[in-house]
Design a protein around this ligand. Structure first.
Ligand SMILES: [Zn+2]
Length: 268
């Protein structure tokens, strides 16, 4: 059902939208202004990167068995359910990149028994360290079960903790940017039409980049701005895909969704 890259080191990319929730602008854009009370919807994604011989999942979504900490969902499914819709079983994922360890990106990490997992050492060190539990502004975003699971995978040799940038697969690179979290990484993918950057929560919405305005959830403000710059550098004029923008399917157009199950959009 899904297309794959046909030349070595070249991949196709799909967005998997697993949820949508009502919110207000003040929850999503830093700094109070007169529009902060206006409704502002948020969507939740994981992404698939498919080369001829690799099936890479970028982020694992939420644990479908856990109650999410936020309310207001208009719908919610799971990443494994979306993968099943496109004919990929959990064991068919050979590589899983965790852009960061927030519950809505790492919550499904236990669902993929064959995946080699890539995470940043700085992300693990922060969440395992003494400050994270005291920082109430961030602490609610980590589920300690996810952290324990990733640590166990590292000890078992099935996860890799990068100390900086690293190659995940030919044509697929993880780039440490920080900002949103201590060890936030973004993913640069070589596609048939040029580079594409999966920015995940380095930007939540296109508007963050377009107005140079950080989101409300962040670990280091200076690094948020540098992450915007790094995403632009890596994209070289190509697409930069935000982590939570409901308009992703529309921006990529009807042709990118036709023939695909609900929630699945081809990005490249
Ligand atoms: Zn997120």
């Amino acid at each position: 059902m899904l297309a794959r890259g046909t030349t070595p080191g070249v991949s196709t990319v799909y967005a998997l939208q697993y949820g949508r929730r009502a919110g207000v602008r003040g929850e999503h854009f830093l700094g109070w202004d007169s529009s902060s009370g206006e409704p502002h919807e948020i969507a939740y994604y994981a992404w698939l990167v498919l080369s001829a011989d690799r099936t890479i999942l970028v982020d694992a979504g939420m644990d479908p068995d856990r109650e999410p900490p936020l309310k207001g969902w208009s719908f919610r499914t799971s990443v494994p359910a979306l993968l099943a819709d496109v004919g990929i079983s959990p064991a068919g994922i050979d590589t899983l990149v965790l852009t960061h360890l927030h519950y809505d990106h790492a919550g499904g990490v236990r669902s993929f028994p064959a995946a080699r997992v890539f995470v940043q050492a700085a992300e693990l060190a922060y969440w395992a360290g003494p400050a994270a539990r005291r920082n109430a502004r961030e602490a609610w975003l980590l589920d300690h079960q996810d952290l324990r699971h990733v640590v166990a995978l590292i000890e078992g040799g099935r996860a890799v903790a990068f100390a900086g940038d690293g190659e995940v697969a030919p044509g697929v690179s993880a780039v440490l940017v920080g900002g949103h979290t201590a060890g936030m990484q973004i993913v640069a993918v070589r596609t048939a039409t040029g580079p594409l950057v999966l920015a995940s929560d380095a930007l939540h919405f296109f508007e963050n980049l377009e107005t140079d305005r950080p989101g409300t959830v962040l670990h280091s403000m200076p690094e948020v701005y540098l992450a915007f710059d790094r995403a632009r550098e890596l994209a070289r004029g190509g697409p930069i895909v935000p982590g939570h923008d409901p308009s992703v399917p529309d921006r990529w157009g009807f042709r990118s969704r036709s023939g695909l199950p609900a929630g699945v959009t081809r990005l490249a």
